[in-house]
Design a binder for this molecule. Structure first.
Ligand SMILES: Nc1ncnc2c1ncn2[C@@H]1O[C@H](COP(=O)(O)OP(=O)(O)OP(=O)(O)O)[C@@H](O)[C@H]1O
Ligand SMILES: [Mg+2]
Length: 509
């Protein structure tokens, strides 16, 4: 049996005891407890919907708790706003970036606390310089003067990280900060996190990637169904024990790739170019084949996918689906031709969040249903239910508003929504971003099965093990070009990474 609360001792930097929070009939937190020492990095893990983000939002002053205690250095706190939490030295990187699109990158970082120069004028130059220094520390190149609008999810996340670091907080909470980042960015972030720990700050790190948890964190708190399960030292445990505590059941293997019969060419992309994004991109995806698009964040993988599907324009080249040419910049014709696209930014492009889960899942096929005179609430629920069940979408009911679902559950709804269209080609950008370990295995099994039934799948993933585990062929993108086409049995982390960094190295030499 686990203890009801973590062991108590001298005051911790941050402590929550038996915190509860309900939203109407939905109990998000039953008994959340967490104890984080100064000078340590503490992981908070649990399945999708376990209550991690809710706990974070209570510390951040976004939500007010219904019961329980919140202590900072032993002092009891009750935050009525995010400003009050910030004033106590708490910085939070939220799971979903919350930037203001029309403001510049710098303005987003220094929101509400612009440095004032001589004559009490806001010193813009000083702000830009400080933003540049933060980016240098994180090892990224983002123009601080550009607007936040149009930045990739990864860049948005990096700006959130820069913003949190610039607050010089005593407690830094990171809710899945790495979900959109790839290896190099993650390493930079971890280096910064470790240096903050060594300065005596307390850090909380939420992630579904266990390799990161074990690499970075000193201690781990496990949550299940809104409650604290146990807190353990990383050195005294292993992934299997953590997973067992999280899910309380057996989890299937990740990457259960089964061989599928490779058939006709489904997608043919020829000479696709878009100025400043990618150049002369040609490749094919066949029926039954899973093609992985690997590369560093910013290499142009998502841009290529978006152009193929028609969300973005391209300047030259062509896209053919099952022998018929697909009109450029026309997602509707792409859908009609049999394409489905699960985008990386589920909030902006993937999910009609204000609407119910059932509507979100059946939304794409609604046109067809309506034409057949079948559009009823019952029909919607029927088309949604099998997919929602298969992906273990955890909601009170299918008529729940998708906006209030946990991050991972929203991702599952987006996938379900597109699978319900029964496409010939599925383009899926970061299929398991934010999805917990149990469902991740399920998503992988599903992709493998769909390929087995003859679907062509183009999968973008920043998780190298996922690409190597699932893809029949790996296309590596580097600075907007395809630099390698590696068959499954020859693909290794080394040759993929080499191709992913090739042209910049060549340019440097
Ligand atoms: N504002 C809200 N209104 C209603 N229900 C909510 C709200 N916020 C969270 N919930 C519910 O509370 C539960 C816990 O959600 P939470 O976001 O804390 O999970 P999580 O552990 O962060 O999951 P994930 O790993 O998917 O991000 C979920 O069932 C979610 O649907
Ligand atoms: Mg969450």
């Amino acid at each position: 049996m686990s203890q009801p609360t973590p062991a108590t001792g001298p005051a911790a930097a941050l402590e929550l005891r038996d915190v509860a929070k309900a939203f109407g009939a939905v109990v998000a937190l039953r008994s959340g407890s967490l104890r984080v020492e100064a000078g340590s990095i503490h992981a908070l893990v649990g399945e999708n919907g376990a209550g991690k983000s809710t706990l974070v939002k209570i510390v951040a002053g976004v939500h007010r708790r219904d019961a329980g205690e919140l202590l900072l250095d032993g002092r009891s706190m009750d935050f009525g706003s995010t400003a009050e939490s910030k004033a106590e030295g708490i910085a939070v990187i939220y799971q979903e970036p919350t930037l203001f699109p029309d403001l510049s990158v710098t303005e987003n970082i220094f929101m509400g606390r612009q440095p004032v120069g001589a004559g009490r004028r806001i010193d813009r130059a000083a702000m830009h310089t400080e933003a540049e220094q933060l980016f240098r520390r994180l090892g990224v190149h983002i123009d601080p003067r550009r607007p936040a609008l149009g930045l990739s999810i990864a860049d948005q996340q990096i700006i959130e990280i820069a913003k949190a670091i610039s607050l010089d907080a005593r407690v830094l909470i990171m809710d899945e900060p790495t979900a959109a980042l790839s290896g190099v960015e993650v390493e930079r972030l971890f280096a910064v996190a470790r240096s903050l720990r060594d300065e005596g700050r307390a850090l909380v790190f939420i992630s579904h990637r266990f390799d990161e948890v074990f690499d970075l964190c000193d201690t781990i708190t496990v949550m299940r169904d809104g409650s604290y399960v146990d807190a353990v030292r990383t050195a005294d445990t292993d992934v299997d024990s953590i997973v067992a505590m999280m899910v309380g059941r057996e989890v299937g293997d990740l990457f259960p790739k089964t061989p599928a019969e490779i058939g006709e060419t489904v997608l043919k992309v020829e000479g696709l170019s878009s100025t400043g994004e990618f150049h002369d991109v040609s490749f094919e995806v066949r029926a039954g084949e899973i093609v992985g698009l690997a590369g560093l964040v910013g290499a142009g993988r998502s841009e290529i996918a978006r152009a193929v599907f028609g969300v973005d324009r391209y300047d030259a080249g062509s896209v053919t689906l099952a022998g018929r040419s697909v009109k450029p910049h026309d997602p509707r014709s792409a859908i009609r031709a049999g394409m489905a696209f699960v985008p990386e930014d589920r909030r902006k492009q993937g999910l009609v969040t204000e609407s119910s889960v059932a509507r979100n899942i059946s939304g794409v096929i609604r046109g067809g249903l309506a034409r057949a005179g079948l559009l009823t609430g019952a029909a919607e629920s029927r088309s949604a239910a099998p997919w929602a069940g298969r992906l273990e979408v955890k909601t009170g009911a299918l008529d729940m508003n998708a906006a209030t679902m946990s991050g991972g559950n929203q991702q599952k709804v987006v996938i379900a929504k597109w699978l319900a269209t029964n496409p010939r080609l599925l383009i899926i950008d970061e299929p398991t971003r934010g999805i917990d370990v149990g469902t991740k295995a399920e998503v992988h099994r599903l992709l493998s099965e769909l390929a087995g039934q003859g679907m062509a799948i183009l999968m973008i993933s920043s998780e190298l093990p996922e690409v190597l585990g699932m893809a029949d062929r790996v296309l590596v993108v580097c600075e907007g070009r395809i630099t390698a086409d590696i068959p499954r049995d020859e693909a290794t982390p080394e040759n993929v990474m080499r191709a992913a960094t090739r042209s910049s190295q060549e340019a440097a030499s």
